[in-house]
Write a protein that binds this ligand. Structure first.
Ligand SMILES: Cc1cc2nc3c(=O)[nH]c(=O)nc-3n(C[C@H](O)[C@H](O)[C@H](O)COP(=O)(O)OP(=O)(O)OC[C@H]3O[C@@H](n4cnc5c(N)ncnc54)[C@H](O)[C@@H]3O)c2cc1C
Ligand code: FES
Length: 351
């Protein structure tokens, strides 16, 4: 966790890069996962395999922001892709699956995120996913298939049933091209005829599937419990903490406010956000305060990791405690993460 008091440097607010995307293809991956292929106006922006983009949608008059990993690799093509699971009651993913058609246009923020293949330190990897968490890992694998096809990789994927397994056919094709790519698939509800692993991820299963797990650098994405368990197994087997990277897909709801800091004024601080004005209660983050007023600040992980909630601090000071979702360069440019910043004075922020 990185912490610090940040004060606005003044001199205006940088605006976030926005892109216009045209849908060029939509293909089924499983019964509830589709891959959406987009062509960005003005060409594909620079990105690193593993990064994500935030889509902005207007649904029923309301602006909604959702972050999705790029499943594509930056390979010189003029398109990018996102592999998205439809949540039964999810507002945006249901709409994307049911209503979005080829030819439609969407707005998005340019790619961001620190869960990238460039952060690896070693040449012996394990890409571990559950469900649609396979998406950023597939971007990394596709990238490595082009740049380092001889690299030593273990792909470990967990799904609910055999029909939920993602990218099966493509993995088989990649194995023909990548001689040291091994693939282990685990389903929690095996069916007759299933020859992969059955059950839940745990130490015994990992030691059979990936015997040298502790000596591998792990990139992991899936539900929080799955990632916790994977991290515990890696650590218990002797894996170093610096060799374990995670991406949180957790969505939107800001966590409840923490205990009130001793130096916070009883009435809170005034926050100006564009033409809106509201008060942050003592101890609240900017995201929590905005959400309480039904003011939308784009949000992904709500825990300082993904960078979706990046805003610029126009004036005032905040205490920011994040988990890698913003770079020192961005901080120097006056950006902060709304989910991880508590006002230390009256503040003005902008997107
Ligand atoms: C960095 C990052 C990368 C991501 N990458 C991907 C990706 O590559 N692919 C992907 O599929 N997702 C990805 N996500 C998750 C994605 O951003 C969305 O959070 C997710 O798809 C759900 O969006 P939604 O609008 O459909 O659901 P929301 O409307 O936000 O609902 C969230 C959850 O609550 C449940 N829910 C909503 N309303 C109700 C209700 N009334 N009763 C019960 N349950 C309810 C929904 O079923 C859903 O599971 C990523 C998230 C982050 C932060
Ligand atoms: S929402 Fe992910 S860093 Fe704030």
């Amino acid at each position: 966790m990185k912490a610090g008091i940040l004060e606005a440097a003044g001199g205006g607010s940088p605006s976030r890069d926005m892109l216009r995307l045209t849908v060029v293809d939509i293909r089924d991956e499983t019964h509830d996962v589709k891959t959406f292929v987009f062509r960005p106006d003005g060409g594909v922006p620079a990105y690193i395999a593993g990064q994500s983009m935030t889509l902005k949608l207007e649904l029923a008059g309301e602006a909604l922001f959702r972050t999705f990993s790029l499943a594509s690799a930056p390979d010189g093509s003029d398109t990018i892709a996102m592999t998205i699971k439809a949540h039964a009651k999810g507002r945006v993913t249901r709409w994307l699956h049911d209503r979005l058609k080829a030819g439609a246009q969407l707005d998005a923020h340019s790619p961001r995120g620190r869960f990238t293949i460039d952060s690896r330190r070693t040449d012996r990897l394990a890409l571990v996913s559950a469900g649609s968490g396979a998406s950023p890992l597939m971007a990394m694998l596709r990238h490595l298939a082009t740049t380092e096809p001889g690299i030593d990789i273990h792909w470990l994927h967990a799904a609910r049933t055999p029909r939920d397994v993602l990218f099966g056919r493509e993995l088989a094709a990649l194995q023909a091209k990548m001689p040291r790519l091994r693939v282990s698939i685990l389903v929690s509800r095996p069916e007759p005829g299933w020859f992969g692993f059955g059950g839940r991820l745990g130490r015994r299963l990992v030691s059979v599937a990936v015997p040298d797990f502790a000596r591998r650098e792990v990139f992991c994405c899936g539900p929080a419990g799955f990632m916790d368990e994977t991290r515990l197994v890696h650590a218990a087997e002797g894996g170093g903490r610096e060799l374990f990277h995670i991406e949180h897909f957790a969505s939107g709801a800001p966590p409840s406010p923490p205990a009130v800091p001793a130096d916070a004024p009883a009435q809170g601080y005034a926050v100006r956000f564009g033409d809106k004005q509201f008060t942050a209660q003592p101890g609240e983050t900017l995201l929590q305060a905005a959400t309480r007023q039904t003011i939308v600040i784009p949000c992904g992980c709500a825990s300082g990791m993904c960078g979706t909630c990046r805003v610029s601090l126009v004036s005032g000071a905040v205490d920011m405690q994040h988990d890698g979702g913003i770079s020192p360069e961005e901080e120097a440019q006056g950006y902060i993460l709304a989910c991880s910043s508590r006002p230390k004075s009256d503040v003005a922020i902008a997107l």
